[in-house]
Design a protein around this ligand. Structure first.
Ligand code: CP
Ligand code: NVA
Length: 330
């Protein structure tokens, strides 16, 4: 079956079929190899894309910019301070204007409904660069990285996501698991249990691929036999006021070398979407530590260990986002 994604938006992987997700991963692998070989004929010449950021970013913004520029497209970056969007002009009007200028719109912000509205009114492909409840481009990078480092198909891997299991990464991984047949265990405290509707939707979609999506607070049972452990910050962007409570709830789920060893798999990989708190080299980690809150979701030892593939994962943001741009624009 040929996959054609031209003109499609990527708001959530739930909108894509397993074959379409496979196509994006294969295309990313191909574009990555081509870049490494230096053999390039730009695929997006004459295209213009706009990047709208209501939350901060390093990887996602840079990945979109480098991916677009590698392929000959032009990029405009807009943050909420420097545009009218949502303040002096409605989202609907802004989307209609941007859709006249640009071939595609990337959006990072709060509500999933905003990225959906942009897609409804923009008339061009819209790509979700992170919302409160999803982060689909991150999952493509994560899965490409897993395929590069674990000698099994995704449908035979066990991945454990631990920590804040009701955040955007937890939900995005559930959706990704559903589309690839991954065995995903989300490991965290009952107080942060995932939204039952999200879990039910992911499990229902996962019937097509045989995905298993489990939720537990039992560390030993969750990590046994895992191919990879994945964590994320304990308080996502916009949730900083919840840090004390999150530290209280999530300290037992901090990723340590001990937890990696507890998998019983000497080749276990460690993933993190980044940015990570693993030491005190950030202002926030130091300020919180001074208040008695150790916000490190992973120890420095584990983060820097041979298990860790986090920088390959970060690099893959660019190759996978490039695949999304190419697949949806040409
Ligand atoms: N992983 C990720 O989305 O990183 P940024 O917040 O730096 O874009
Ligand atoms: N859960 C994190 C992911 C950052 C890439 C956040 O939303 O801040």
């Amino acid at each position: 079956m040929t996959v054609n994604l031209k003109g499609r938006s990527l708001l959530t992987l739930m909108d894509f079929s397993p074959a379409e997700v496979r196509h994006l991963l294969d295309l990313a692998r191909d574009l990555k190899a081509k870049k490494r070989q230096g053999s390039y004929s730009p695929l997006l010449q004459g295209k213009n894309i706009v990047l709208l950021f209501e939350k901060t970013s390093t990887r996602t913004r840079c990945a979109f910019e480098v991916a677009a520029l590698d392929e000959g497209a032009h990029v405009t970056f807009l943050d909420s301070a420097s545009s009218q969007v949502g303040k002096k002009e409605s989202l609907e009007d802004s989307a209609k204007v941007l859709g006249r200028f640009y071939d595609g719109i990337e959006y990072r912000g709060y509500k999933q409904e905003v990225v959906e509205a942009l897609a409804r009114h923009g008339g061009v492909p819209v790509w979700n660069g992170l919302t409160d409840t999803d982060h689909p481009t991150q999952i493509l990078a994560d899965f490409l990285t897993l395929e590069e480092h674990v000698a099994k198909p995704l449908s035979a891997m066990k991945l454990v996501f631990c920590g804040d299991i009701r955040n955007n990464m937890s939900y995005a991984l559930m959706y990704g698991a559903a589309k690839t047949g991954l065995h995903l265990v989300v490991l965290g405290p009952k107080e942060l249990a995932p939204d039952p509707a999200v879990l039910a939707a992911a499990r229902a979609a996962g019937q097509e691929t045989g995905a298993v999506i489990e939720v537990t607070d039992d560390v030993a049972a969750a990590v046994a036999g895992a191919d990879a452990l994945y964590t994320d910050v304990w308080a996502s962007m916009g949730e900083e006021d919840q840090i004390p409570e999150r530290v209280r709830l999530l300290t037992p789920f901090q990723v340590t070398l001990g937890m990696l060893q507890q998998t019983g798999n000497p080749a276990v990989k460690f993933l993190h979407c980044l940015p990570a708190f693993h030491d005190f080299e950030t202002k926030l980690a130091r300020e919180q530590m001074a208040l008695g809150h150790d916000i490190r979701e992973v120890t420095d030892e584990a983060f820097r260990s041979a298990h860790s593939v986090v920088f390959d994962q970060a690099e893959n943001r660019m190759h996978t986002i490039k695949a999304v741009l190419v697949a949806t624009l040409v």
